[in-house]
Design a protein around this ligand. Structure first.
Ligand SMILES: Cc1ncc(C[n+]2csc(CCOP(=O)(O)OP(=O)(O)O)c2C)c(N)n1
Ligand SMILES: [Mg+2]
Length: 610
């Protein structure tokens, strides 16, 4: 019997994709998003058609947002499964670079397969080839290199034999996890090769759980035992490791309170006594006050990005020790942290057994009652006093309509900060925030990806008018595919959060709200009509009460459901939050800027002493 099979390289790649399995027996790649064009329609297109009963191909409307859907799918799946995305060469590929960067920052697996130039260079320059004057090997797909965890150019059919296993190793490795780009030369896609049959045998990719090094564990245990008022900072790694129960057990065993980052939120139920809630710039008083004086900060699965650390102004106790428990050495060693390179789940289990009967000295003072009283006052405020509802009141209405099955999702604008502060997430997975890149245009496609990952969940997407305008066309895909989710569009007629940031740094209101731009006609975008035109069910509501009525109907609607509400661009939650470093101009004719500059310099001085 022949030990090889003659396939085109594209057919071989697709066959290999269908044979890669998860521990639970599902294909690791759930399907492939495709926009065909020159560079992938003939080769990859033919192969996908031939395999359409083994792997679904979905057609999207924009390469970036197809990839957003894929990334949201993988994030909501806890990185256990992923999707692939294929594009034509040139602009189809470069359209996807932003999404690659998003996945790279957030450490989310996605398989990106842009088409590439002819390896044999016959038609040089082929349509959409960028042509470097000084380097014959440069193509448009080189732009993926800095934003891919693994990059390869398939310029011979047999390259797949090494490239594909490396691609899957990268996507399934908890430390290296991230986007993989296989730039596939278009002539090679169509070229036949005798591949070993063994290459296509089903393979299970097990989740590797790295156990801590004994020395690192011992040093961390000694440091924790010496601490009186430690705090845990829970990041996205807690979710990806499936460590939410282990975290709760650890916190309860040692009376250590937990603060949650944007990616970590929902690790513990919002009302768990040890959950201090949101930390940092978009955080609340309970977490931030405890973190300021904590003598030990134990990061678990966190990147310690500046929103978490208040640009490193938050952990102000000069004697504090920083421990970073993380699968990636890069994160474990950050900012001089004492590293514990480990999977979150097994790392917490080993820490707790070594800590024995250790308890933090005193339970954190109960700041939560005051915090939630303040939160409720903002979210449940009656609207008769204000002409337009606030975003906080919108969150209140959605929260009242939500249930244990709801996933609140968002990425950019006012809402991520407000949701981090105000949203009450009842269980793991109830909160999906893309805040590594905070990329406008993630939301609608992302909501679709979340629903594809968890069809039984009630997905509610928060989007501002700005982020809606940046990327909305996968709404038509969701309508076409009958994918149900709810979109709440808060229309404040411009980039409200950036306008407030501009004012907060002493700037004049300029070029953010639509009224403050060069224009002939005041802008009045009809988002309900726009989304209806793409096949969504939509409604414009005039009040919080109408919003609640509209939300109550979401169960009856198939496909995407868009609820638009006008909101006030100026108010935001005044409570909580820490300093965040935004560089204010040193020279300005505006006294407001000079004043903010002085405050900025004082804050920099203060940080130096920490
Ligand atoms: C792709 C991208 N471009 C620019 C930004 C910077 N940015 C962050 S939020 C924002 C404005 C968002 O406006 P909107 O969605 O209307 O939210 P609002 O704050 O008004 O509620 C901008 C421009 C970004 N995060 N992502
Ligand atoms: Mg807006």
């Amino acid at each position: 019997m022949s030990k090889t099979i003659r396939l085109t390289a594209a057919q071989a790649m697709v066959r290999y994709l269908t044979a890669q399995m998860t521990e639970t027996g599902e294909p690791f790649i759930a399907g492939i998003w495709a926009i065909f064009g020159h560079g992938n329609v003939a080769g990859i297109g033919e192969a996908l058609h031939g395999a359409r009963d083994q792997i679904p191909t979905w057609r999207g409307h924009n390469e970036q947002t197809m990839a957003h859907a894929a990334i949201a799918y993988a994030k909501q799946s806890g990185r256990r499964r992923a999707m692939a995305v294929t594009t034509s060469i040139g602009p189809g590929g470069t359209n996807m670079v932003t999404a690659a960067a998003l996945a790279h920052v957030n450490r989310i697996p996605v398989l990106l397969i842009p088409g590439d130039v002819f390896a044999h260079r016959g038609p040089d320059p082929v349509l959409q080839q960028i042509e470097s004057f000084g380097d014959g090997t440069v193509t448009a797909t080189d732009t993926f290199k800095p934003v891919s965890r693994y990059f390869d150019r398939i310029s011979r059919p047999e390259h797949l034999l090494t490239a594909l296993p490396r691609a899957f190793r990268t996507m399934t490795d908890p430390a290296d996890c991230g986007p993989v780009t296989l730039a596939f030369c278009q002539d090679v896609q169509a070229e036949a090769y005798d591949y070993p049959i063994s290459f296509f045998e089903p393979k299970i990719w097990y989740q590797r759980r790295i156990r801590p090094d004994m020395g690192e564990l011992d040093r961390a245990v000694a440091a924790i035992k010496a601490a009186k008022n430690p705090v845990i900072v829970a990041g996205g790694g807690v979710h990806y490791s499936g460590a939410t129960e282990a975290l709760q057990a650890f916190a309860e065993a040692h009376d250590i309170p937990v603060a949650e980052t944007q990616a970590g939120k929902s690790a513990l139920a919002w009302d768990h006594p040890l959950n201090l809630g949101p930390i940092g710039v978009t955080g609340g008083d309970p977490a931030n006050k405890i973190c300021e004086s904590a003598d030990l900060v134990l990061g678990v699965g966190t990147r310690f990005q500046d929103f978490t650390t208040g640009s490193w102004g938050l952990f102000a106790n000069p004697a504090r020790v920083l421990i970073s428990l993380n699968t990636a050495a890069y994160d474990a060693e950050k900012h001089g942290a004492m590293p514990v390179q480990s999977d979150a789940l097994v790392g917490l289990e080993e820490l707790t057994s070594a800590l024995g009967a250790y308890k933090a000295d005193a339970l954190a003072p109960d700041l939560k009652a005051d915090w939630f009283a303040a939160v409720d006052a903002l979210t449940d405020a009656p609207t008769d006093g204000n002409a337009l509802p606030t975003d906080m009141q919108v969150i209140g209405a959605v929260q009242r309509a939500a249930n244990d099955n709801t996933v609140a999702m968002c990425a950019a604008g006012t809402m991520p900060g407000e949701l981090h502060k105000l949203w009450k997430a009842p269980r793991p997975g109830a909160y999906h925030m893309e805040y590594g890149f905070s990329c406008m245009g993630y939301e609608i496609a992302g909501a679709m990806g979340i629903k594809m990952a968890q069809p039984d969940r009630d997905v509610i997407c928060f989007t501002g008018d700005g982020t809606y305008m940046m990327a909305n066309s996968e709404m038509a895909t969701a309508a076409m595919m009958g994918i149900r989710f709810t979109v709440v569009v808060t229309d404040n007629r411009g980039y409200g959060c950036i306008n407030r940031l501009q004012m907060g740094t002493g700037g004049a209101e300029f070029n953010n709200l639509l009224d403050h731009t060069i224009h002939e006609t005041p802008s009045a975008i009809d988002f309900a009509a726009h989304s209806r035109a793409m096949g969504a069910t939509s409604v414009k509501v005039a009040s919080i009460a109408e919003l609640e009525d509209a939300l109550a109907k979401r169960g009856d609607i198939s496909g995407p459901y868009v609820i638009v509400i006008d909101t006030d661009p100026y108010p935001s939650t005044p409570n909580g939050g820490t300093w965040w470093e935004v560089a204010v101009p040193e020279v300005s004719t505006r006294p407001e800027v000079n004043e903010k500059r002085a405050a900025y310099e004082a804050a920099l001085e203060k940080r130096k002493t920490q």
